[in-house]
Design a protein around this ligand. Structure first.
Ligand SMILES: Nc1ncnc2c1ncn2[C@@H]1O[C@H](COP(=O)(O)OP(=O)(O)O)[C@@H](O)[C@H]1O
Ligand SMILES: [Mg+2]
Length: 200
């Protein structure tokens, strides 16, 4: 059994089986506009980095799918299937504390030097009130306030453009983010980046 469930710009995501259970296979497809050797290198590196970050996030207490295997040659990550919903699909039934928890988990990633790189309401899943982060394909390690600010601002933009009526809920995400160290500093930087953006 192997069923395509999502096709993004960079990868195809399949629902499959592993050890008798549902599993997810994320395959980075060839990009013909890139030179073959370069393309292979990029896909291999991103696959490796994504698997490393998925695992690292878990070790710092942020829920992510368990990795069952990595096929670097074919740029495939085989991982646990999270039987949940994207937070975007559940947005109207999420409570204040869920939004705060989203912010708190992002700050936990940042405080452990993990920048997600593609925070959207599709890349955070919720299963019985528990949040799972997926898609670290654009992630990297950093301790810089600027990188944290850009990461959270990216989320703010996609969040509010998908759900413009959810300003209050976004404020709860920020509140949760500020519960841990450096939160205020990062929000201050976001304001600066937004100002800069306006005058570019
Ligand atoms: N481990 C998983 N369990 C359940 N659903 C997943 C899992 N990984 C990915 N998905 C679903 O597949 C979608 C695409 O996966 P993702 O890693 O975000 O790929 P892309 O880089 O193409 O966006 C996600 O938005 C999510 O809905
Ligand atoms: Mg994604």
């Amino acid at each position: 059994m192997k069923k395509l469930i999502f096709e993004g710009a960079e990868a195809k995501t399949f629902l499959t089986e592993f050890a008798g259970k549902k599993a997810i296979e994320k395959v980075r497809a060839e990009k013909n506009y890139r030179r073959k050797e370069l393309d292979e290198k990029i896909r291999k590196n991103r696959t490796r980095d994504e698997a490393n970050l998925l695992h690292k996030a878990k070790t710092v207490g942020v829920r992510t799918p368990v990795i069952f295997g990595v096929d670097k040659k074919n740029s495939v990550i085989l991982m646990e299937y999270i039987k949940g919903k994207k937070i975007g699909e559940k947005i109207d039934s999420l409570k204040k504390k869920n939004f705060q928890e989203i912010g708190k988990q992002i700050s936990l990633l940042h405080l452990n030097s993990i920048v997600h790189g593609d925070l959207t309401t599709n890349n955070i899943l919720i299963k019985k009130e528990k949040l799972f982060f997926v898609d670290f394909g654009l992630g990297f390690n950093s301790k810089k306030t600027e990188d944290f600010a850009v990461d959270l601002l990216g989320f703010k933009r996609t969040f509010l453009s998908s759900f413009p009526q959810k300003e209050k809920e976004w404020k709860q995400v920020e509140k949760g983010y500020c519960k841990k160290a450096r939160g205020k500093e990062v929000l201050k930087r976001i304001k600066e980046v937004e100002k800069r953006g306006r005058y570019l």
